[in-house]
Design a protein around this ligand. Structure first.
Ligand code: PHE
Length: 355
């Protein structure tokens, strides 16, 4: 075969090669150790010098031409492979984003945020205590020693095992004790959180939410309590001129104790907080009992103050017109989507609290 015929055959093979493997096969067949061009170059050593001078440049040129063509073909193939991969893996940025399932803020969480915001404006800090409490914090320090009949009213969940004397807190009032023993007065705190009682019917769930309020100072009195609660109710329900009624009551940890009603009307079957001639009980309160202050290591001759405790679930029901308490804890996604709040509906004094 002439050099020219060999050249044409190899170039045709190369042109026909469609994969990197096929190109490699052409390279081996031409330039490999026993390739056709290599064999040709090997014949040079056996040629007469003039003959060698004559053919050697042609052989060398053929080798170089083929090597370059093979490199070019390899590059073209890998470029084409990349292009088709880019085409196949292309992402279309014009596609709309998939709708992300959106969670909602539970009405109870929303109300807790509202409470924190309103009371922060009045100079209250938010405090917290454990939900598993000791008997001492939940009862004894609050002037309910063992055998005190008021303990029986709480339907307490007692924890088995060691250490003994642990309960699920039945109210947020133990946070009063933690606040008074944990920092020195004057104190102004609210403490929202979960509480537990062995009680379950249409209007009671074994877990519910309360917010505790506590002010301890040198000359705090019932007038401060009434003003604070009136200011809170007006901010929370977004109304003015709210009437509060303080009815004498009893709690072992306050003296005097009151139950607080807010004026409301049921005109047209719709509850409106503020005016009207009906009353709705919303919380318990009173002046912190001197024994409780002494139990916390403070001198009741110097320090006094008020406390209140309010059911948060009920506040949420009243404000947002939610009729069924048990729905709060069903975790029904449809209820949550309907009654929940957007993550951006952050309550604030300036934006208002009446969603
Ligand atoms: N802890 C009381 C309850 O759960 C409420 C309360 C708190 C009353 C603070 C007076 C003062 O019923």
């Amino acid at each position: 075969m002439t050099t020219e015929a060999l050249r044409e055959r190899l170039l045709a093979d190369l042109a026909a090669a469609g994969t990197p493997e096929a190109v490699e096969a052409v390279r081996v067949a031409a330039l490999g150790r026993s390739g056709a061009v290599t064999a040709l170059l090997k014949t040079l050593g056996g040629l007469a010098p003039e003959e060698r001078l004559r053919v050697a440049p042609r052989y060398q040129a053929l080798r170089e031409e083929l090597a370059a063509a093979i490199e070019a073909k390899k590059a073209a193939l890998s470029e084409a492979a990349l292009a088709s991969r880019l085409e196949a893996e292309r992402s279309d940025m014009s596609l709309p984003a998939r709708p992300v399932p959106r969670g909602t803020i539970h009405p109870v969480s929303q109300v807790m945020d509202e409470l924190a915001e309103i009371f922060a404006d009045l100079g209250f800090a938010v405090a917290a205590g454990p939900e598993i409490e000791t008997d001492w914090y939940n009862f004894t320090a609050l002037n309910m020693p063992a055998e005190h009949p008021a303990r029986a009213m709480h339907d307490t969940f007692y924890l088995a095992g060691e250490p003994a004397g642990r309960v699920l807190r039945t109210h947020t009032s133990p946070v009063q004790i933690r606040a008074m023993t944990g920092a020195s007065p004057p104190l102004r705190i609210i403490a929202p959180g979960r509480v537990y009682r062995a009680d379950s019917d249409a209007t009671h769930t074994p877990m519910f939410h309360q917010v505790e309020g506590l002010v301890i100072d040198r000359d705090t009195h019932m007038g401060h309590l009434k003003w604070t609660l009136t200011t809170f109710v007006e901010a929370f329900f977004g109304v003015t001129g709210v009437a509060l009624r303080l009815r004498p009551s009893f709690f072992p940890f306050t003296e005097p104790s009151v139950e607080v009603d807010v004026g409301c009307s049921w005109a047209g079957g719709r509850l409106a907080i503020g005016g009207g001639d009906s009353w709705l009980e919303i919380l318990g309160a009173g002046m912190v009992h001197p024994k409780v202050i002494a139990n916390c290591g403070l001198d009741p001759g110097q320090w006094q103050g008020f406390a209140f405790g309010c059911g948060i679930d009920r506040l949420a029901m009243l404000k947002y017109g939610l009729a069924d308490l048990r729905a709060f804890f069903d975790a029904d996604i449809r209820w949550l989507q309907h009654h929940g709040f957007g993550a951006h509906d952050v309550p604030s004094i300036s934006a208002g609290f009446s969603a």
